[in-house]
Write a protein that binds this ligand. Structure first.
Ligand SMILES: Cc1cc2nc3c(=O)[nH]c(=O)nc-3n(C[C@H](O)[C@H](O)[C@H](O)COP(=O)(O)O)c2cc1C
Length: 394
């Protein structure tokens, strides 16, 4: 007989299925923390709708039997043109999620970005996957910048990604309504929510306590950790006094690849290019920050024009192979995907993430063949047409 976990896994046929499966397993507050966007969730929903704006023109009879989706980025060859986006507090959602995602990415030959807002020490994740990227919520204090870069470099990371779209935390009304907060508050409601989801309570929450004690956010500073029940957690996310001057300092001090994540303006891309960044991630944080933010897809072409030699990465709402290829056609070099991989970890740990990666790769492979091209580098604007009429859902 199939183990329930394996049964769940084999019933996942596309990335959205992992959200459906995780929803059953996770407490409402924890599921909501991952799934929700800010305020009225307009940006989150628009991220999906934006893909429906485009249709694709196929070419036929072109012998696509030699196709490959391998992609070179930051001097490394990856097996696919997508990677796993940084997600904070992942370990609240799935047991050992940071390591599970890091290992699955390594196995599949795609990049994994560890969020600074995580409980697994970055040195440990570097062992699980020496090619991991580090995504910082950096304090602007120059001495803290220097010490943090020293720590990240000593652990062996080559890619330092600076998340810039969180000068302040957003208003996550839906998280509040569902009872999720950071620091976690064991209110009667949250306790009940946990107790009624024993799979998560025993398999994630209790197991994490047994393995690590009270979980602590471990990667925000070079030294010092903050317990997830501590009040200090609430003030750590944003640094509203961080500016381009500090980004420039990072560029000066960091010998590896420097990537700026979370911009939507072509002018900001130009500034990033001028200060010597190696890449930018066009992102609205999955619709979790400014709720009226444009979808990255809407601004990709203008950002590509300003990017020069920088790599242009893109995220927010990617769920299908055709979504990835649409972004490439609009000027992206690479795509990051967030929520589906964390849900996959919640459903079945590393094996779940591996399956999710496999599903997206397979879709990309099929779509390349159906478009009549040999690889991501052959997908240009000529494959796109604007949809004739707006359609709901994609
Ligand atoms: C649960 C969760 C936590 C996140 N935490 C971070 C973070 O710590 N740092 C960061 O740069 N982005 C963070 N993000 C944003 C993701 O890196 C990414 O931009 C976004 O999830 C992409 O959208 P998608 O989930 O629709 O694929 C988080 C997203 C989610 C869903």
């Amino acid at each position: 007989m199939q183990h329930p976990r394996e049964r769940a896994l084999s019933s996942a046929l596309d990335l959205d299925d992992f959200a459906r499966l995780a929803r059953r397993k996770l407490p409402k507050a924890v599921y909501g923390y991952v799934a929700n966007g800010a305020e009225a969730m307009v940006a989150r929903d628009n991220n999906r709708a934006a893909f429906g704006h485009w249709r694709m023109v196929t070419r036929v009879l072109r012998d696509v039997s030699a196709r490959s989706q391998e992609t070179t980025l930051f001097g490394k060859r990856y097996a696919a043109p997508f990677g796993i986006a940084p997600m904070g507090a992942s370990a609240v959602v799935a047991y050992d999620a940071d390591n599970a995602m890091a290992r699955a990415a390594r196995e599949a030959g795609i990049p994994y970005a560890l969020s600074a807002n995580s409980i697994t020490p970055l040195e440990e994740v570097a062992k699980s996957n020496p090619d991991s990227w580090f995504a910082a919520y950096q304090s602007p204090d120059p001495s803290k910048i220097e010490r943090m870069l020293g720590r990240v470099e000593a652990a062996g990371f080559d890619v330092y990604m600076l998340t810039v779209d969180v000068p302040v935390g957003s208003n996550r009304v839906n998280d509040k309504r569902a009872g999720y907060s950071m620091p976690l508050r064991p209110t009667p409601r949250l306790t009940w929510d946990g107790l009624t989801h024993p799979g998560w309570l025993a398999g994630t929450f209790a197991r994490t306590f047994l393995a690590r004690g009270v979980p602590e956010i471990s990667n925000l500073e070079a030294k010092g950790r903050i317990g997830i029940f501590s009040r200090e957690v609430a003030v750590i996310a944003g640094h509203d006094d961080f500016g381009w001057r500090e980004a420039e300092l990072i560029r000066k001090l960091w010998r590896g690849k420097f990537v700026i994540k979370g911009l939507l303006s072509a002018e900001d891309a130009r500034i990033a290019r001028d200060l010597g960044a190696d890449g930018v991630v066009v992102s609205n944080h999955g619709g979790r920050q400014l709720d009226s933010a444009v979808s990255p897809l809407e601004v990709l072409p203008e950002i590509r024009r300003e990017a020069g030699d920088m790599a242009v990465l893109c995220d927010s709402g990617f769920r299908h192979g055709s979504d990835v290829l649409k972004a490439l056609a609009l000027g992206a070099d690479f795509v990051l995907v967030g929520r589906p991989f964390l849900f996959a970890a919640a459903v079945a740990g590393e094996a779940g993430v591996q399956r999710a990666i496999g599903i997206l790769s397979k879709e990309i492979d099929i779509d390349l063949a159906l478009l009549g091209v040999d690889g991501p580098g052959d997908v240009g604007p000529e494959v796109l047409r604007e949809a004739m009429a707006p359609r709901r859902g994609v």
